[in-house]
Write a new protein. Structure first.
Length: 405
């Protein structure tokens, strides 16, 4: 099958979304498909050279916007003084975010500065090609708009699948509902042959919000992007690792930090945040770092920590990656009671996770119970269910991912 992938972000830009996009593509190729890609150019961006890319047939790159270049450079060089109060940090970052959002929407419309990339593809892509399948991957959301234009003006495809990781109205940190963006989301969804979300809760919300497109919607887990199986893990001393972003308007890492700080547990935390968490003798705090360096930290841990969003029902993509290891997984639940119930019901079937609520008492109880879980091999047995090959097969064949306990 000939497949075209469209993503408005280069695959070697270090983010969990890009790593998942890369895994989708590896899975498609592993299943025998031929893949072309249209992506943002890597030029002038801070690319992580330790990230390998799939073996594409054709790669079409189009320039990044000035905003993308500026954002990538700032994210790699920003230094937050530990003498600043947490309140001041939050105020400064939130003010800048609101100002940037105001400028983006006033000057560039609902797609923000990503619309620049849309126009570069629109006027730069001249091929007339036929594909069995077109898959647009969002985030960024403009990928779907690019796909719509190309299918109308440039290419022919038997099927168009939209994959939405964070829908417009449910995106983390998006605390307002914009009528214009909802109208555009409804319009874009109406054009797809199939729509895939990465959380059953998100699927439920989207079906309710856009009933006219609900019959085209389904959900599939994200693919894991690495597999690790170290049978020599020593659990005599627990070593915790949280690897992911934790900005305060999306996720609340403070309860976990307070617990491991009180217990003086060996812990490493790596990710972008506006919180002023401080390293000490037992806790190492790092910003977002290259994959190669991150793996060195991961290898020194034996308990991986997952943290749900404050709300919206999105499942942290890291859960699928953690599941592909044989380390114990502490799954910290957050959000509404219904969201926590649905997530727990789905993931508890694997007997792979130690669940707790996002408060200090619940986290303490879960940590104290870890020796009990270590007596069962299934809690440290890698799951291959979420492999790129399995997920890609479900995408192409329009099937669900089945699991039998």
């Amino acid at each position: 099958m000939d497949v075209l992938i469209i993503t408005g972000s280069p695959l070697r830009l270090n983010s969990s979304a890009n790593l998942c996009h890369r895994a989708y593509i590896f899975g498609l190729i592993e299943n025998g498909n031929t893949v072309d890609i249209i992506e943002m150019s890597e030029k002038d961006l801070n690319i992580d050279d330790t990230i390998t890319v799939p073996d594409f047939r054709n790669v079409y790159e189009y320039g990044s916007s000035f905003y993308s270049k500026l954002g990538a450079k700032k994210s790699s060089t920003i230094v937050i003084s530990r003498t600043d109060s947490e309140e001041n940090l939050k105020f400064n970052i939130n003010f800048k975010s609101k100002l940037k959002r105001f400028v983006r929407t006033k000057l560039y419309g609902i797609y923000g500065m990503d619309i620049v990339w849309y126009y570069k593809v629109k006027f730069g892509y001249k091929q007339n090609a036929n594909y069995d399948l077109v898959v647009s991957l969002a985030y960024p959301l403009v990928s779907h708009k690019v796909a719509e234009f190309l299918l109308k003006k440039r290419i022919v495809a038997k099927k168009w699948i939209q994959i939405w990781e964070d829908p417009w109205s449910l995106a983390p940190g998006n605390n307002y509902r914009n009528p214009k963006s909802l109208r555009e989301e409804r319009r874009i969804l109406s054009k797809a042959d199939e729509i895939i979300y990465v959380s059953p809760i998100t699927l439920s919300y989207q079906k309710e919000e856009f009933p006219e497109s609900s019959d085209k919607m389904r959900w599939l887990p994200l693919p894991s992007y690495f597999s690790e199986n170290d049978n020599n893990i020593d659990f005599s001393e627990l070593k915790f690792g949280y690897f992911g972003d934790y900005t305060s308007d999306v996720r609340n890492l403070k309860p976990f930090y307070n617990v491991v700080n009180d217990f003086k547990l060996n812990t490493v935390i790596c990710g972008k945040s506006d919180l002023n968490l401080v390293s000490n003798d037992s806790i190492t705090i790092r910003p977002r770092i290259p994959i190669g360096e991150l793996k060195e930290y991961e290898e020194k841990t034996n308990v991986l920590v997952l943290l749900c969003n404050l709300g919206g029902g999105q499942i942290p993509g890291k859960i699928y990656q953690c599941s592909a290891t044989n380390k114990l997984i502490l799954f910290i639940l957050d959000g509404s009671d219904d969201e926590k119930r649905i997530i727990t019901e789905y993931f508890s079937q694997f007997n792979r996770f130690v669940f707790c609520d996002n408060n200090e008492d619940s986290i303490k109880d879960a940590i104290n119970s870890i020796p009990k879980y270590l007596k069962s091999d299934c809690y440290t047995k890698p799951l291959d269910l979420f492999s790129p090959k399995n997920i890609a097969r479900c995408i192409v064949e329009n099937t669900d991912l089945d699991y039998c306990t």
